[in-house]
Ligand binder design. Sequence first.
Ligand SMILES: Nc1ncnc2c1ncn2[C@@H]1O[C@H](COP(=O)(O)OP(=O)(O)OP(=O)(O)O)[C@@H](O)[C@H]1O
Length: 565
Amino acid sequence: MSYVPPHLRNSSATASAAAAKTLVNGNSDHFHSKQLNGSHSQFASAKSNYNNGNSSNLWNAGSRSSGNYVSSVPEPVTPQWKPSDRIIRLNPEQVEEVCLRLNVDATVPPDSHPAPAPIESFTDMNLHASIMKDIAFHGYTTPTSIQAQSMPVALSGRDLLGCAETGSGKTAAFTIPMIQHCLAQPPIRRGDGPLALVLAPTRELAQQIEKEVKAFSRSLDSFRTAIVVGGTNISEQRSELRAGVNIVVATPGRFIDHLQQGNTSLSRISFVVLDEADRMLDMGFEPQIREVMQNLPKKHQTLLFSATMPVEIEELAQEYLTNPVRVKVGKVSSPTANVSQVLEKVPENEKIDRLLDMLVEAAAHSEKCSQPFPLTIVFVERKSRCDEVAEALIQQGLQAAALHGGRSQSERESALHDFRHGPSRILVATDVASRGLDVTGVAHVINLDLPKTMEDYVHRIGRTGRAGSTGQATSFYTDRDMYLVAQIRKAIQDVGSGNSLSFATGKTARRKEREALAAQKEANHTLSKLSLVGSAAINVEDKYRHMIVPAVSRKEGAADDAWDD
Ligand SMILES: Nc1ncnc2c1ncn2[C@@H]1O[C@H](COP(=O)(O)OP(=O)(O)OP(=O)(O)O)[C@@H](O)[C@H]1O
């Protein structure tokens, strides 16, 4: 059964009334414009849908499936994109050579068309002249590996599952083809839903993606993008959406709110991106994602991106992607080699003192060298802890700001603004900042508290060492973190030796992780003898070897095991 929003879960009569109220109060011009077009009204369609327990057509008001309005929704166009002749002329050996050089792997399901060749220059991608101008304005000269392979896939209209390490440029890998896709569609009119939708797990990430979309569409006249996230003024978003926008970048909850209110619809969406899809599933957005995916117009293209690929993503991909091209760069679900990782055992009650010592020392060093304090993110487990730590740092004379989900939207925005542009040099944050956040120049990530999973660790430390720069990660741990520490130590060894190893991720892995932790408690007397220095970590890995998926080297031609965790 399809997802029904909580406030519409009562009797059909109440639901119809609620829907009618929303439509009459909140969406009168939309309602009228549809009547003028000779359609069913949204109210009528909503009513009949709720009477038969199906909410879907409300989302799709004005779509092909909703009566006379059908003819007024233009068919999406699959752009007839081709790369430059130079790329078309490449022979298979040359393509293979490029793949090796970029360390990209693109696989397709049996019997589907081969993946388009990777393209190492923006010029060879035959992009719209305005986009090219904006790429240059943005200072990008060469595509990163994930861009080189994903952009041709997306531009050719294929579904895509993209995985590459943190900070490798996944955002532009989907924003640029998305803009090009929108330009090929019949123009949007007032009252139309968007042509493309990006869903992201956090407000901060959605805002950042919106900025990037705007950066690559700045030279295009009347190309509009809306940001739709919680904690901000819904009526402003409503008017923007009703006026008609090309692209919506949203967090799932707020986007569903707008669909419920009839402020927008899915009827013209033909390009969907789920960024950090695994995090959205973790956060419980699965029903909202499914609701959107199940009600999209038939003709659409879907892209999923993350730096970690747990099994849940594979399931989502199997359900909603059609013959996708799986693009991966380097290792899946591994920490980036650009970050040097340090583990330090610190008793729980000494963590804040140790942090203060470390930061005060860094401040003294910066002062001595007449350099600014290195931008630092301190990750903590809980919101209350976040405020407590930020307060302690400020009392010590350090410029710190706190970012967590318990703060108001304006507080969240100003914390991030102060960190990006000054004066704050330290951001104390919960995992709300662990995914996707791109702040230039972050030099150090400190895990005051380790996260619960290796995936979160990978994303957290990926806030530094981005776009080819280097960074440092320091993680404090206690005895309760033994299992994760063993995995991190193994990752450190592997990065150091150039050896590739992927970690099992996803719900299954986390269940096993919990079982392993329970086993660990029981066998505490044994584990307490383990030294985490040197080779002792191997003992832990032996014990929990089922959690670690042996990597298959690319040369042997096999995809990374993390895909089928
Ligand atoms: N082709 C390029 N040339 C130069 N810089 C680039 C290029 N592509 C992306 N960047 C820069 O690299 C940084 C990281 O990009 P982005 O945020 O898209 O990474 P990501 O792969 O999405 O990371 P995460 O997994 O953490 O979300 C950004 O500052 C971005 O502007």
